[in-house]
Design a binder for this molecule. Structure first.
Ligand code: SF4
Length: 432
């Protein structure tokens, strides 16, 4: 099973898994608090032979990701793999121009790592920083060597290594001032962007760790003011968008958009085509060469051309709302039927209601299996969908489920198959 999951991580997501272990114990680590029976697999540092097999499966036309989890595998700290720098050299020899994205806590980042990263461009580092203060890092991560960790992270930009940071928002433990000091640290140390993540705790997490119910609203409110305060592009995940307005969230330094676009700009149309969503606008900006943009800035309409080559990053940061590819996929899943019930996550349902064709009903699905503050579609299970179907009065011909909830065998995180749901509702159940 583990071998299959390793192959799946590479072939589906272009993620190279290396090791599950980790030196620290973050209070919000997703590897903790799984309900019994949840399918999650740990693995020791992969051997040279295992890594060689996986390297053969990587796709050099897409970014290669290290240190992220996108399957049932528990991904840990890649710096703990003894062969990391050699593996990175092998990737670079094989794929000279493919972007490598490496996620790390930064704990244990040595000069040897920094030397290798700086010589292996294009390579980006995502630091799961969470806090840049001693008190915050002790509370959240139990980091035992805080000055050394922060000093090494501060070296990234100085050595020309592009980096961004992420922070799980835990202001009920650290205070909002800690978050602000962390954003200041990230900006002062030359990161190109920062992701702010709402914590997801299952029902098994200790009560003292659970954030207040209004944390999402508070975070959204503070984000608006931080975007005025900091030049660093900041995003919130999930974005909590309630509309599909293509508003610019941030602009990257030294990018085509710098000096032309500004946070808060509304991209009305791009090369004569109205923006369908933020994701659609970003994709179109990326695809086109020097696109002509009509935008709204502080109620004033203006037009400009963004000088860039086709297929290159435009340098804007947009919140994630709905991807046109997911919309097209949903239409394909519903093909031939008008009376459709779509089940989706609490975060995504309001956006799907804006675009669902007439005849579709969109219902949000709370997580009971994981419970707590978990809401992502990828963590919903057949049992969660069953609860909604049992209380739903709709009589659809098809029920659409988010493909993200199921693995390549069509199983959820508890090992259940969505086909079982046709016993609950007399409709075709579609999940892929
Ligand atoms: S650094 Fe990542 S893997 Fe390690 S404990 Fe923290 S969240 Fe978990």
């Amino acid at each position: 099973m583990k071998q299959q999951l390793l192959y799946q991580a590479v072939s589906r997501h272009n993620i190279l898994p290396l090791v599950s272990s980790c030196r620290v114990g973050c209070v919000f680590c997703s590897n903790r608090y799984n309900p019994p029976g949840t399918r999650a697999f740990s693995f020791g540092p992969l051997s040279g032979d295992q890594v060689a097999l996986l390297l053969d499966m990587l796709d050099g036309s897409r970014p290669i990701v290290i240190g992220e989890s996108a399957s049932l595998l528990c991904e840990g700290e890649p710096l703990l793999h003894p062969g990391l720098t050699e593996i990175l050299h092998t990737i670079r020899n094989r794929f000279p121009s493919t972007l490598v994205k490496l996620t790390t806590s930064g704990i244990g980042l040595t000069d040897k790592h920094l030397d290798a990263f700086s010589r292996l461009a294009p390579l980006e580092v995502m630091v799961s920083l969470n806090s840049a203060t001693s008190a915050g890092r002790q509370k959240l991560m139990a980091d035992h060597d805080i000055p050394a960790t922060l000093a090494q992270i501060g070296q990234l930009a100085q050595r020309g290594i592009p980096w961004q940071a992420s922070a799980v928002l835990m202001p009920h433990l650290t205070g909002w001032h800690d978050v602000e000091r962390t954003i200041s640290f990230v900006q002062a140390n030359g990161a190109f962007a920062m992701r702010l993540l709402l914590p997801g705790f299952s029902r098994l997490a200790p009560q003292r760790l659970l954030p207040p119910g209004d944390l999402p609203a508070q975070a959204r409110q503070r984000l608006a003011s931080w975007r005025r305060q900091f030049a660093l592009p900041l995003t919130l995940e999930p974005s909590l968008c309630r509309d599909l307005t293509a508003e610019v969230a941030g602009v990257l330094r030294n990018s085509p958009a710098q000096g032309l676009l500004m946070p808060g700009d509304i991209l009305q149309d791009i090369q004569g085509q109205a923006s369908w969503s933020r994701v659609a606008a970003f994709d179109r900006l990326k695809k086109l060469a020097s696109p002509r943009i009509r935008l709204l800035r502080a109620q004033e309409e203006m037009e400009l051309v963004l000088p860039k080559q086709a297929g290159t990053a435009p340098g804007v940061v947009m919140d994630y709302d709905l991807a046109p590819a997911d919309y097209r996929r949903a239409l394909a899943m519903a093909k031939g039927v008008e009376n459709v019930l779509m089940l989706t996550s609490l975060w995504a349902a309001p956006l799907w209601r804006l675009v669902a064709p007439a005849g579709w009903q969109v219902e949000e699905v709370p997580s009971h299996y994981f419970g707590g503050t978990i809401a992502a579609a990828g963590l919903l299970t057949v049992a969660d969908y069953r609860r909604v179907l049992e209380s739903c009065r709709a009589r659809p011909e098809k029920v659409l489920l988010p493909p993200l909830s199921f693995d390549h065998q069509g199983l959820d995180l508890a090992g259940q198959h969505p086909g079982q749901l046709s016993e609950t509702m007399n409709a075709e159940i579609v999940w892929e």
